[in-house]
Design a protein around this ligand. Structure first.
Ligand code: BGC
Length: 369
């Protein structure tokens, strides 16, 4: 089985100067600055060394649209080659590269043209993907979009991410455009022989969804509507949290530093339903905990990986698990306060330092490889 970690470009690379996030971090509309992040753009080899040391065999990362196309008509071929180098280095170390073509951030020029709200703009991101392919993208699995519904909701409904909008209509419009984009990319990629999916965030809504209409509706829109229309060869799943209105789980469980309850059963239930609906292999593209308590992180990793093993025994084909995250990194509108990593970077020396939970992931990776 594939077992590894995940990170994204803006959150780990540092200096993503041509992106919309960078722009709003600088002008203060976003609360925190990403700055140099983990400096992984320059230190990716050190990151890969860590993975190798931990005997991990898979890595989900993202390619940054804003680096590859810093201006509307400018292509940075060095940036494309940089991502090719990352893939080559991963493969050299026996690690499956799982590239994600888009993880929340946009080139500022694309943002200024209206981003994903305008369907006419999709041609630019499609061209960016064609460019990557023309240069050679040496991967078996490709994820087109990271959590399109999280983005649609946070950027267009709750207004926490650029463009800070609060409109249900815009949220739906953007999610429809993203479905369209995904399917266009799917066709291009699958013609080339890639196995394609989405990193789809799902929240466990509990049994209440069956009897309480607002829950049922939210669950449908958030979890299922997007994938109902999306073509996929395998089922990418990001699982972090459950909805717990009466605090039934919360009373029994620890909370993460994001305020989320820890509920591995939710992963079991969602993965099972996802599989039963589409009958394709499942890849856990992200799962993780923000905490400073290493015992809690170890427990979290163990319980969630055990859930995967149970699912496999029950006949649900789970082909991979990616812990978010390899290193503490830039947690969007929470900055650097939330620590998801099994490792962190010493800001002075740039040295990567593993936490004790890294050993837990290593032990389980060895057990289930
Ligand atoms: C996102 C990551 C984020 C993580 C923790 C996932 O929803 O893909 O970018 O850091 O959750 O909140």
């Amino acid at each position: 089985m594939l077992i590894g970690t995940a990170m994204s470009a803006h959150q780990s690379e540092g200096n993503n100067i041509n992106s919309d996030w960078w722009y709003f971090e600088k002008n203060g509309k976003l609360p925190y600055k990403s700055g140099m992040a983990c400096d992984s753009y320059r230190h990716y080899k050190d990151d890969i060394k860590l993975m190798k040391r931990l005997r991990l065999n898979s890595y989900k990362f993202s390619i940054e649209f804003a680096r590859v196309m810093p201006e509307k008509d400018v292509v940075d071929y060095d940036a494309i080659d940089h991502y090719r180098d990352i893939i080559a280095e991963l493969k050299k170390n026996g690690i499956e590269p799982i590239p994600t073509l888009w993880h929340y951030t946009l080139p500022l020029w694309f943002y200024k043209m209206g981003g994903f709200e305008n369907r006419k703009n999709l041609v630019y991101i499609i061209n960016y993907v064609k460019l990557l392919l023309s240069r050679g993208l040496d991967a078996r699995y490709v994820l087109t979009l990271n959590e399109p519904m999280v983005y649609a909701v946070k950027a267009y409904l709750t207004g926490r991410y650029p463009p800070f909008r609060r409109s249900f209509r815009s949220m739906l419009k953007v999610s429809n455009n993203l479905i369209h984009l995904h399917n266009e990319l799917y066709d291009i990629l699958s013609r080339e022989g890639y196995k394609v999916s989405i990193a789809k965030n799902m929240i466990y809504f509990g049994k209440l969804r069956r009897v309480y209409l607002p829950f049922g509706l939210s669950e449908y829109i958030y979890n299922w509507r997007f994938i109902k229309y999306a073509k996929m060869d395998f089922l990418g799943l990001n699982y972090y949290r459950n909805v717990d209105p009466f605090r039934l789980v919360r009373r029994r469980s620890n909370k993460t530093d994001m305020g989320w309850t820890i509920y591995p059963y939710g992963l079991h239930s969602i993965a099972e339903r996802y599989y039963n609906a589409y009958k394709k292999p499942i890849m856990i593209t992200e799962n993780g905990i923000a905490t400073n308590n290493e015992d809690l992180r170890k427990k979290f990793i163990t319980e969630h990986l055990n859930t995967i093993i149970t699912l496999r025994k029950e006949g649900v084909p789970v082909i991979g698990y990616h812990y978010w995250s390899l290193l503490d990194n830039f947690e969007w509108d929470y900055g650097y306060m939330k620590k998801f990593g099994i490792g962190h970077v010493d800001k002075k020396t740039g040295k990567r330092i593993l936490k004790s939970s890294a050993e837990t992931l290593k032990r389980l990776a060895l057990k289930y490889e």
